[in-house]
Design a protein around this ligand. Structure first.
Ligand SMILES: N[C@@H](CCC(=O)N[C@@H](CS)C(=O)NCC(=O)O)C(=O)O
Length: 206
């Protein structure tokens, strides 16, 4: 039996997929538990914080919150720097991805198509650009050589950045251009490096 079970919806994106990719890259065996909305409605009241993903570790219990799961996997399996100061910067980037989601996700709940278009276009021209510029500055400060946030070694922060960027680049967000990140050369290079990493590609191209 696998030591880890990752519970999430049967959807190849967002917080669950970034944890699945991290677990896959870690090389640790894990059960990829995908649940339907009805099962989640039953599980939700007893879940740690009322949200997925949840990582269950044999002999320990359940851990929720995507960034805590990624940090745990990163520390346990060499996907975060061992230096605490450097690791904290990777964790800060992961928090910034959650900031991005907090700004973007409410627009997905706007029922009126015209109001939704306006909100998304404002997001794309404003918050997205400011956010990407900030991440790019952190990337430059963290590693001159790249291509990853910490240099040559892939970390859980790179995986989280890849998943949020892919949601835009794949065209999944109406009224946000697929090319929204193109001008950010460091981020674009990081995205390509994660996308083409053999371990990541082995998961995403299954
Ligand atoms: N801060 C949490 C957010 C968890 C969250 O909102 N997850 C979404 C899916 S990405 C969810 O569970 N939605 C269903 C629900 O809230 O009932 C994290 O980073 O894991």
């Amino acid at each position: 039996m696998a030591n880890y079970t990752l519970t999430y919806f049967d959807f190849p994106g967002s917080r669950g997929e970034e944890c699945r990719i991290a677990l896959h890259v870690s090389g640790a065996a894990f059960e990829d538990e995908r649940i339907v909305r009805d099962a989640w409605a039953t599980l939700k009241p007893t879940s740690p914080y009322g949200g997925l993903p949840i990582l269950t570790v044999a002999g320990k219990g359940a851990l929720a919150q995507s960034n805590a799961i990624l940090s745990f996997v990163g520390r346990a399996h060499g996907l975060l720097p061992t230096d605490p100061w450097e690791a904290a910067h990777h964790e800060a980037v992961m928090c910034a991805v959650e900031d991005f989601r907090a700004q973007l996700n409410p627009s997905g709940r706007i029922a009126d198509p015209e109001l939704k278009r306006i909100a998304r276009e404002e997001f794309a021209a404003g918050y997205l650009k400011t956010w990407a510029a900030a991440i790019e500055r952190q990337l430059e400060a963290s590693s001159e050589a790249g291509p990853f946030f910490g240099g040559a070694a892939l970390s859980v922060a790179d995986i989280k950045l890849f998943i949020i960027m892919r949601s835009i680049i794949d065209g999944g967000i109406d009224h946000v251009s697929r090319t929204a990140f193109v001008e950010f050369t460091g981020l674009s290079r990081l995205y390509e490096a994660v996308r083409t990493d053999a371990r990541v590609a082995a998961w995403t191209n299954r």
